[in-house]
Design a protein around this ligand. Structure first.
Ligand SMILES: [Zn+2]
Length: 74
């Protein structure tokens, strides 16, 4: 690989990283719900941190994903 190609590749990586960071910042601005919008259960603090913007508990999210799959949306 020539030096030019490596430079170009590094530039692409840097570019992707900037996009990833920008997306991350966007996600961090999303406020997670404190309670599940479906069953009303309180959402786990760790889950809210792990899944920014989440609005449902693990159980309801799994149900939702299953429904989406059954409807061929995923
Ligand atoms: Zn729920």
């Amino acid at each position: 690989m020539s030096a030019e190609l490596i430079d170009a590749a590094n530039g692409q990586v840097e570019h992707n990283l900037q996009i990833a960071l920008a997306n991350r910042r966007t996600f961090n601005n999303v406020v997670s719900a404190t309670h599940c919008t479906d069953c009303g259960d309180e959402l786990d603090e760790r889950r809210r941190e792990a899944v920014p913007g989440c609005t449902m508990c693990v159980d309801c999210m799994a149900k939702q994903e299953l429904l989406a799959k059954q409807r061929g949306m995923m």
